[in-house]
Design a protein around this ligand. Structure first.
Ligand code: SDX
Length: 426
């Protein structure tokens, strides 16, 4: 393939370089386009537009492949741990024994939250959605950690990431406890990260027993959610961070972006949809038909993806894990059967086949969260907890690459120039 693209415009030819990725993705670099031709590109939702060069995550939507720093998600989900995957995303390599031990002890060093944060938390009504509370508390952490991060200094960035990750699971667990009018449970630094999160979420008294099936399931789900290249919330973190806004403020923006039902909020919407279908009792085809009806704004939540035009590899892993976890916990959840049936009906339907709409990461995850005793309004918080190391890695890469402030252009189609009309003449 040639290494340039030629654009002919107004009788002139312009050449733009091709940029090749290490896994075969290609792009045309149009950074000089406007200066040379006066043209900009227009691409609502950036469906055809790359925002950056990145070394963190690769996904192939056609093949349904996902790699974190080159490692297939299937291998990481089976062989790694969330704490190890955090390090991999942030540092670019799997840690050796010493590096992992140092990382874990650094996380422990920051495993506390200023008691005034609890007072802020108490100020929210218990019915406040946990994602709104979490976005506010994350931004509020800046007040207790005012020193800004210098991403060019490895130690600065390493400790800033550890500080935020170590406090974030506490904020998640405490948000859950408060919204259920439960006393908060303090972090226990003798436990590993995920087990500590689990006890902060569910411990009721000193007889509380750690269930390894639940801890392992949460660990696997957090690995599967840890990063996903330039998705909506990662792009929000990069864009906000490109103005050199602080790390905590940028992550707070990512939490808000993830909350939307078209993005991370879909995992909650899937369970609400399945419960509605179960209650309706009108059969599955009726809902698949509703999702196809352009006059009806109902969509099959958990189906379709901007990039995957094949089964989301994470959905495949989670679907299998749902079986195992429900089996190990001895739970028979008919909503899982409903989900499987809905997948079958949809994937036989021309509308879904033609548009390559497959189950995505959100379709089955809620079923596992529910089996683990996590309520639906906390599902997207679980997504955020998993995605945090990915967001931080994206922010770090954007700053370390010295990327310019993000400022897209537009095509204006509003009123042409006109003079002010005094109110007496309007
Ligand atoms: C996540 O980007 C990421 O990587 C995100 C994520 C991550 O890890 O960060 O993977 C996590 O956000 C997963 C997606 C969760 N969202 C949902 O499950 C919500 C339901 N899905 C959709 O709303 C939709 O599929 C999106 C938002 C996910 C993708 O939307 P696009 O890429 O803008 O596609 P589109 O809306 O233009 O749809 C193309 C066609 C349209 O029909 P036509 O105009 O061609 O006739 O497919 C249809 C859509 O109407 N369509 C659906 C559908 N999704 C797309 N029709 C019915 N039900 C659906 N779910």
């Amino acid at each position: 393939m040639g290494n340039t693209v030629t654009i002919t415009y107004n009788g002139q030819q312009y050449e733009y370089p091709i940029v090749e990725g290490t896994m075969g993705d290609i792009a045309v670099d149009i950074s000089k386009l406007r200066g040379e031709t006066g043209l900009i590109t227009l691409d609502a939702g950036y469906k055809n537009t790359g925002s950056c060069v990145s070394n963190i995550t690769f996904l192939d939507g056609e093949e349904g492949k996902l790699l974190y720093r080159g490692y297939p998600i299937e291998q990481l989900a089976e062989k790694s741990t969330f704490v190890e995957v955090m390090y991999l995303l942030l540092e670019g390599e799997l840690p050796n024994q010493q590096q992992l031990a140092d990382w874990k002890s650094t996380l422990n060093e920051y495993n506390f939250v200023n008691e005034r944060v609890e007072k802020i938390l108490n100020g929210f009504p218990s019915e406040a959605h946990p994602m709104g509370v979490l976005a506010s508390l994350t931004s509020a952490l800046t007040a207790f950690n005012p020193k800004s991060v210098d991403p060019s200094k490895h130690t600065d960035m390493y400790h800033a990431a550890a500080r935020l990750i170590a406090k974030f699971d506490i904020l998640c667990a405490w948000t859950y406890r408060k919204s259920n009018n439960l006393e908060i449970v303090k972090p226990d630094t003798s436990l590993d990260y995920v087990t500590n999160f689990y006890q902060m979420m569910f411990k009721k008294d000193d007889n509380f027993e750690i269930n390894p099936v639940i801890v392992n399931a949460i660990d696997k789900l957090l690995i599967l959610h840890a990063d996903h290249e330039q998705n909506c919330s990662a792009s929000a973190v990069r864009l906000v961070g490109s103005s050199h806004a602080g790390l905590f403020a940028s992550i707070s923006a990512g939490i808000s972006a993830l909350w939307g039902p078209l993005h991370g909020g879909a995992n909650q919407a899937v369970i609400e949809m399945l419960e509605m279908i179960k209650k309706d009792g009108g059969g599955l085809q009726k809902w698949v038909d509703k999702a196809k009806d352009k006059e009806d704004n109902f969509r099959l939540m958990g189906f379709g993806h901007r990039v995957y035009k094949n089964m989301d590899p994470r959905a495949k892993i989670i679907k299998k894990a749902a079986d195992d976890v429900l089996d190990q916990l001895g739970i028979d959840d008919e909503v899982l059967d409903l989900a499987r049936g809905l997948e079958e009906v949809a994937l036989r339907d021309e509308y879904f086949v033609e548009r390559k709409l497959y189950p995505n990461v959100d379709f089955y995850s809620g079923i596992i969260y529910r089996a683990l005793g996590i309520p639906a309004e906390m599902f997207t918080v679980m997504f955020a907890l998993g995605r945090l190391p990915g967001w931080i890695s994206q922010w770090k890469e954007m700053r370390q690459n010295g990327e310019p402030i993000g400022r897209p252009r537009q095509v204006y189609q509003g009123a042409t120039t006109r003079d002010y009309v005094d109110i007496s003449n309007r």
